[in-house]
Write a protein that binds this ligand. Structure first.
Ligand SMILES: [Zn+2]
Length: 546
């Protein structure tokens, strides 16, 4: 018996079978049920999420002998012809191969003939953005005065390339990337029907690799089946797709934490030897660290294998949020360098050493900040006053790969805050009254750590001087984390203001914590604002929060 590829075998034949696009199928079914059929539809969205499948289902709904109906019978000759792609009244055109104006002219000529055996003549034009400009214009004329009972269904992965004048004449439906969890469930169901054993880890790897497209997931599954037969295991799946197990990243991060550069390079050479795609290696490591950060923020992540959650949380405990962000900026810079480099190995080796030496770099960055502060006090022009804070931060980041600079710590006082930076304050004894007097100065000085840190201080519910301990109570986990992650920097600032060396003690008053999710969302937005690269990264990889 010949093997039918899964994507074809399980191609949806009715609205209810179109997977994870309920927001589109619902509206279309309502339109058909109430006989409000438009002349032109535009289906947009990533590849392999069901656009052309749904176009055919629409065609059947309209032309089924029992139609227009939201439940095409799939048994009448019209339905069968559409399924087989032989209906004379449903014309499928591939925009990628029929880009010329002649093709559209022919289409226009053909429009003169009414549907032969069906109610509607339906044109499905896939990848419509590929049509030439002339072809678009010819098409536009048709759309301006559409003949009776003609329906156009356009599909495109790149709606921004479709002329606005065409888009405005269409009813537009945006298809979504399918969440990883949903792809996993679909693969699980199909594996059960096909009597195929597949482990959880394989399901997640395939789903992640498919990147939101069900069709891609199914063809990856086909490859796995042809290699493993009816027992798909993670080891074999990795061999086929050259995927890097999360355990590898676990080892890398453990070695980074241990500052074991030799171990890291050895581990990296293993990766080289296995012929791993280095871009993919970095992309996966970024994704891995992204998960660590999101877990640290308390964001629930649906698209990772639940069995691996504990590993992520344990690792997350080893690194501060700042450090993870710092690692991310290194990785993003290396990924860019990798594209243009003739020696990718060197770039990755340098990356590993930098990841190992992060702490030292932070120290140097703090030293640079201190020195430039001293220069300013000594009457020397401070370099940073020529730069806007935004540029300053950005420069620090874009240089972060090549130079020893740290975004937050190296960023000196911005010009608009220059007037706050008065002459050194006479130190005072640490007590309740002096704490209140010094507090505004303290807050201003914390801006050089980060504005978010200052904001966290302003949000604090209460503060108390207790011996040599400054006790702060905060109401949200976010504020708590921001302060906790900068504890030593905050203590350093306190020691500039008070005679004693002060310990900062933080208490989280959770009873007052509002909806966690909202806070985390806001944190994520803050993080995005903090770094344009990160914002781009979060947006492009973010299927979790959308
Ligand atoms: Zn039918």
């Amino acid at each position: 018996m010949s093997y039918i590829v899964l994507a074809r075998k399980y191609r949806p034949q009715s609205f209810s079978e179109v997977y994870a696009q309920d927001h589109v199928t619902g509206i279309l079914q309502n339109a058909i049920a109430s006989n409000r059929i438009a002349h032109a539809y535009l289906f947009t969205g990533p590849r392999g999420v069901g656009k052309t499948s749904l176009a055919r289902i629409m065609a059947k709904s309209l032309n089924c002998e029992k139609g227009p109906t939201t439940h095409p019978c799939n048994t009448c000759s019209n339905c069968n012809e559409i399924t087989a792609g032989t209906s004379p009244d449903v014309i499928e055109i591939d925009g990628a191969s029929n880009t010329g104006v002649d093709d559209i002219r022919e289409l226009q000529r053909e429009l003169l003939y009414a549907a032969s055996g069906s109610k509607y003549k339906i044109y499905i034009i896939d990848e419509v953005h590929m049509l030439s400009k002339n072809a678009f214009n010819a098409l536009l004329k048709t759309l301006e005065e559409p003949p009776e009972n003609v329906v156009f269904i356009f599909a495109t992965t790149e709606p921004h390339k479709v002329l606005p004048t065409i888009i405005s004449r269409c009813q537009r439906y945006d298809f979504k990337r399918i969440p990883i969890g949903a792809i996993v469930r679909r693969l699980q169901d199909l594996a059960a029907i096909e009597n195929i054993m597949i482990d959880n880890e394989s399901l997640y790897l395939i789903a992640r690799k498919a990147d939101g497209g069900l069709r891609d997931a199914l063809s990856l599954m086909d490859q796995a089946i042809s290699y493993c037969m009816d027992n798909i295991t993670i080891d074999k799946v990795r061999q086929i797709f050259g995927l890097i197990p999360n355990q590898v990243y676990h080892r890398f991060l453990t070695l980074i934490d241990a500052k074991d550069a030799t171990g890291l390079i050895t581990e990296l050479h293993d990766v080289f030897e296995q012929g791993t795609d280095l871009q993919e290696f970095i992309a996966n490591m970024l994704e891995f660290i992204r998960v660590l950060i999101l877990r640290k923020l308390g964001v629930s992540i649906k698209d990772i294998n639940p069995e691996e959650l504990q590993m992520f949380d344990e690792l997350g405990g080893m690194f501060s949020q700042n450090k993870l962000m710092y690692m991310m900026s290194f990785l993003i810079a290396s990924r860019t360098d990798l594209r243009s480099s003739s020696n990718p190995y060197l770039i990755l080796e340098a990356l590993m050493i930098k990841l190992c030496k992060m702490d030292e770099m932070e120290d140097v960055a703090a030293l640079v900040a201190k020195l430039s502060g001293a220069a300013k006090l000594g009457g020397l022009p401070a370099q940073s006053s020529e730069q806007t804070p935004g540029r300053n931060a950005q420069n620090a980041r874009s240089n972060s790969y090549g130079n020893i600079t740290k975004p937050a710590a190296a960023t000196q006082a911005a010009p608009e805050h220059a007037h706050h930076e008065e002459a050194p304050v006479e130190k005072v004894t640490f007590n309740e009254a002096n704490l209140n007097i010094m507090w505004p100065r303290f807050e201003i000085r914390t801006e050089k750590i980060s504005k978010m840190c200052t904001a966290a201080l302003k949000n604090a519910k209460s503060r108390q001087a207790n011996g040599k301990i400054l006790q702060l109570t905060v109401e949200s986990q976010t504020d708590y984390n921001r302060l906790k992650n900068n504890q030593s920097a905050l203590q350093n600032i306190l020691s500039e203001l008070f005679h004693e060396s002060i310990t900062l003690s933080l208490t989280l008053d959770e009873a007052a914590t509002p909806a966690q999710v909202q806070i985390h969302r806001r944190t994520l937005d803050d993080l995005k604002k903090d770094s344009p690269e990160l914002a781009k990264f979060i947006e492009t990889t973010d299927s979790v929060l959308s």
